[in-house]
Design a protein around this ligand. Sequence first.
Ligand code: ADP
Ligand code: MG
Ligand code: ZN
Length: 479
Amino acid sequence: MKYEVVIGLEIHAQLSTRTKIFCGCSTAFGAQPNTQVCPVCLGMPGSLPVLNKQVVHYALKMGLATRSKINRRNIFARKNYFYADLPKGYQISQFELPICEHGVLEIPSGEGTKKIGITRIHMEEDAGKSIHDEAFVSKHETLVDLNRCGVPLIEIVSEPDLRSAADAAAYVTKMRQLVRYLGICDGNMEEGSLRCDANVSIRPVGQTTLGTKTELKNMNSIKNVEKAISYEIKRQTEILEDGGNIVQQTLLWDPDKNEARPMRGKEDSHDYRYFPDPDLAEVCIDEPWLQRAQEELPELPDARRLRFERELGLPAYDAELLTSSREVADYFEETLSRTNNAKKTSNWVMGEVLRLSKEKNCSVRELPVTAARLAELMQAVEKGEVSQSAAKTVFEAMDKDDAPVKVLIEKLGLKQLSDVSALEEIIDRIFAENPDKVESYKNGKTKLMGFFMGSVMRISQGKADPQKVSAMLREKLSS
Ligand code: ADP
Ligand code: MG
Ligand code: ZN
């Protein structure tokens, strides 16, 4: 039997606001446990939540960037469940009327671009953290850190439109790129600012109803999302082949053992007893607010990639890589504004700049070689002051020394000899010392060009500009 894979993803993105969604507590990561809490996020009786406007603004931007329908009036609801890291006994989320619905995200896939439907995007608060698997926690103990209670999230729920583990990885990659472009989430999966749950089912090819799904949690990298889904597809296929049934459940991915283990049976939404939160008023987004969010949207990654291809004439590969992050695309465009050569600038950025930022594990924005300095170096190459290969040495030096490019070239002894009269002097000397070779060349032994070039390079100690020398030799020898 051939099976078709069906996947829907739920992504939680932690919004980079300074304070929590319903109180003024800090959202900073890594503070001492239980120091960033107050009566509101601890769910003390009598405390009242006050909505952080920035959260709505960020959710709005995400909705617009995914071409979602914006519900100008939307409401918060209580999702009731009991857990040690949820002191209120309910999570404030959105249920019946979320802020955004019916969006779309385009992903690259084997057969070109694929449109993945976004069912909804809603705002909610995060829960605290239960700690049981650290060395300092004894075996039968669980510690609770409530700093994360009330940290703002958006949950982005996709339609079951993904058809492979690779599709899912492409979707998460694009979603992470998008939230980073918008500046609403840092997209860090290791620290949990971007979390992905994968719903996976399979069905015989041709069947129109969906198969029973399982939900995978705890994949803290895109690679693990892909691995976990592949694992689960194989597991489900084997069960069905053996004539068994899939049990609807939540599985926890173990990245060390490369396997998924059952965590709990899955609740249905009616188990949560959702109801509108009586402590919070309806959210109303007026026209000017909507407009402001729209105007603040940066050029989005897909649009920028296509512009780099169409308007700058860059190969698709370059455009894709250069727009993978907003910082890189900005760095590239700033350099380009001073060099006016898209392909040469792209080569520098994709090559030396990205290599260095990877090596130093920092953003291109933090490199000592700024876009302006790279442009300065490229101009020196253009003017023949330094050769293309020597420029790479200068680039390395620029990382440690902020002296002007010209000074560094001198310092490193890499100044290229392109002064016409100096080159002429060398050439004339070689001609005077080798009249026989000049004669033979003129009589058709053009192979001697190599000898003349070599001589100039030797006398100039490799610093002569080869292009210039070659042109001058040709001209002099033909006269
Ligand atoms: P739940 O209530 O279990 O969270 P939802 O209907 O809210 O289920 O869907 C959650 C996610 O699971 C969505 O991304 C949706 O696209 C996906 N999904 C729903 N049914 C299936 C299925 N049969 N196979 C794969 N994914 C599914
Ligand atoms: Mg769900
Ligand atoms: Zn608080």
